[in-house]
Design a protein around this ligand. Structure first.
Ligand SMILES: Cc1cc2nc3c(=O)[nH]c(=O)nc-3n(C[C@H](O)[C@H](O)[C@H](O)COP(=O)(O)O)c2cc1C
Ligand SMILES: [Mn+2]
Length: 623
């Protein structure tokens, strides 16, 4: 299925009752995002706000769409596949044509050649995105949500940002959120590792930029796809849509953009001009820190006659971008396997924000093969951002959390099976990292040790009695304790003066941080000295904003454990080296500890008044 235009996909959703149309005015500031968040958490329909109300009280002429990709099924539908792996398989077929087969039966190569030809974009002289010219360009007339109370302003959250390499002219289209500063100024949040940043670094003068909004789903998906350097987003969109992508030239600069987009915003950046961008409630469920980013000056805005504006809300998972991310991981698995042949499967749980945990099933024919696989992946494109990789056996069901805990319980010998990589590339959003863009990484080898490995043949490791849960609960400072497996205990605590979810902590407190280290050290020692804890190998400690007996506790715990800890700073061993404590309590900012803690952001939480209004509205409508 090829959509070619956003409106066709929207109509299809309406026809299958997957689009909730809201005809009452809804504020783009906080309300629309809250609606979207509530519905995506329930696996609900996509949303069309027909009367988005702008901050000045007026109604935007453009409908606002949210949650277009808000479930796994909807994402697949948008991509026209039953399983995103089909996309990767198409790519692999192009990377490695079955030459033998084609020689024997040449006609089998025709489909392939056709596919290859769909990839070259087609230049057209008129684009639907240029049907209507906004006389005075003013981006604030578009329904652009502010999604969280502490956000620095409205942000375009599904923008397709087009730039070109100054030397080669090769175009790039990346999704980089764009903060609206005023009618003709927006901030461009391309992180240092991304192609847009690469173009900006290489540009010597004014650099042309275009932001497209809307357009066919296949084009939107291309902008987030982690493509290799030699495949452009326009080519990939052609491959996805099964048809050459039409592109049209901007009026006020030389960039070419997808002709079928809904809105086209043209402009430029100036070398070395930056402005603070953020804070912004981001997809780890935390506000990302304000940092300087380039400013785009808008020279022209045009749109389709029937333009609709899709946006998203990111925040505490599960969110829409989680489904997009899962589809990306699945779509790119076949190409990853093409280059990394030992990988049999891969899973990036959306609860951990995709970059904090990867579960990698690997061949292990020879000793330490899985570790080699993990190292290879850390050098593969955006897999570079992973904080923790757990390697598991080739046939391990990577999506099964119980199976993961079993593997950690049975197969990991703490002294032998943890590999630390010091001072590596971090995701810009990794707020727990001690420095921007830099952190340590951890590979946990939870594969079966092959016979020809000196560590093989060790007897099964004994566990702890269930009574540990009770004795650990009695330890001073522990609020709740729960055993995950016989070698694994999680406890919650409340660090006095520590960061709380509702607010961010800006200022360094060396005393507070030292006290926190003492409290954590005290809890570890007290638990490790319990009679029942002799065979405890994993001790997870986190804040008490997870309730370990709630229904959702496992998803929530996964999120807390992986988003609140830093490998270099927060892992501690007992004296024997056989027991590990994993401190995932939100840390107090400090610069003098073993490793710094930068300012610690608050968690994305809705304004209570807004949430009450939205919940009442949804309840009335039966949602
Ligand atoms: C909803 C959404 C928002 C995103 N926002 C940003 C962003 O603000 N900055 C960024 O660098 N990447 C962001 N990304 C990830 C990039 O789009 C992604 O890494 C993409 O592959 C980058 O393309 P590039 O390799 O051409 O730079 C976002 C992804 C999604 C799905
Ligand atoms: Mn790119």
């Amino acid at each position: 299925m090829v959509w070619r235009q956003l409106s066709r996909y929207v109509e299809a959703l309406e026809e299958s009752n997957e689009m909730l149309r809201i005809v009452d005015p809804v504020d783009v500031e906080l309300e629309a995002g809250c609606f979207a968040d509530r519905l995506v958490k329930k696996g609900g329909p996509a949303l069309k706000f027909e009367q988005p109300r702008l901050p000045d009280g007026s109604i935007s002429q453009f409908p606002l769409l949210m949650n277009l990709f808000g479930t796994r099924e909807r994402t697949n539908r948008a991509l026209g596949v039953d399983d995103p792996r089909e996309i990767g398989e198409r790519m692999v077929a192009l990377m490695k044509p079955d030459v033998g087969g084609i020689l024997k039966a040449p006609w089998t190569g025709i489909g392939l050649a056709k596919q290859g030809m769909t990839m070259a974009p087609r230049k057209v002289s008129r684009g639907a995105c240029q049907q209507v010219v906004m006389e005075v360009p003013d981006v604030t007339r578009l329904p652009i949500p502010k999604t969280w109370p502490e956000d620095a302003g409205p942000f375009m959250t599904l923008p397709l940002v087009v730039t070109a390499d100054a030397n080669t002219g090769v175009h790039n289209m990346g999704m980089y959120r764009s903060q609206v500063y005023g009618p003709t100024e927006v901030g461009l949040h391309w992180q240092a590792h991304k192609h847009g940043a690469d173009h900006a670094d290489a540009a010597s003068g004014r650099m042309p930029v275009a932001i497209c909004l809307g357009g066919p789903p296949e084009v939107m998906f291309s902008a987030i796809a982690p493509l290799p350097n030699n495949l452009t987003e326009y080519e990939f969109a052609g491959l996805l849509g099964g048809r050459r992508l039409s592109i049209v030239k901007c009026e006020t600069n030389d960039l070419w953009v997808p002709a079928e987009c809904d809105v086209l915003i043209e402009g430029y950046t100036l070398p070395s001009e930056t402005r603070m961008e953020g804070p912004f409630g981001d997809h780890f469920g935390y506000y990302s820190l304000a940092e300087p980013y380039p400013v785009m000056h808008i020279t022209r805005i045009t749109h389709r006659k029937d333009a609709m504006i899709p946006m998203t809300i990111v925040g505490m998972p599960p969110m829409e971008d989680g489904y997009l991310g899962e589809a990306i991981a699945e779509a790119f698995l076949p190409t990853l396997q093409f280059q990394h042949r030992d990988v049999s499967d891969l899973f990036l749980p959306l609860e951990t924000g995709f970059h904090n945990l990867a579960i990698v099933a690997s061949k292990q024919r020879y000793p330490r093969q899985a570790r080699k696989t993990a190292l290879g992946l850390l050098g593969a494109g955006q897999m570079m951002f992973q904080k923790v990789i757990v390697t598991v056996d080739e046939d391990h069901p990577v999506k099964d959390l119980d199976a993961l805990l079993d593997a950690l319980d049975y197969r990991v010998h703490i002294p032998n099976d943890l590999v630390f990589l010091r001072g590596m590339v971090a995701d810009t959003l990794a707020h727990a990292a001690p420095w921007e863009n830099i952190h340590d990484k951890l590979i946990i080898d939870a594969t079966t040790t092959p016979d020809n490995d000196p560590h093989s043949g060790q007897p099964p490791q004994p566990g702890c009695p269930d009574s540990l849960e009770i004795s650990a609960s009695a330890v001073s400072g522990v609020i709740q304790a729960r055993m995950l497996r016989s070698s694994m205990l999680v406890v919650t605590t409340n660090i006095e003066g520590g960061p709380k979810p509702e607010s961010s902590m800006e200022d360094v407190s060396e005393d507070g941080a030292a006290r926190q280290r003492e409290i954590i050290g005290g809890i570890c020692d007290a638990i490790w000295s319990l009679e029942a804890a002799q065979n405890l190998r994993w001790l997870f400690i986190t804040d008490d904003d997870v309730y370990l007996a709630s229904e959702e506790w496992r998803r929530r715990l996964l999120w807390q454990l992986f988003c609140r800890f830093d490998v270099g700073r927060d892992l501690h061993f007992d004296d024997s080296g056989g027991r590990l404590a994993w401190d995932a309590t939100a840390p107090i900012p400090s610069s003098k500890g073993p490793l710094p803690v930068r300012r610690w952001p608050g968690v994305t939480l809705h304004d209570p008044e807004v949430a009450k209004r939205v919940d009442a509205w949804l309840a009335e409508g039966g949602y």
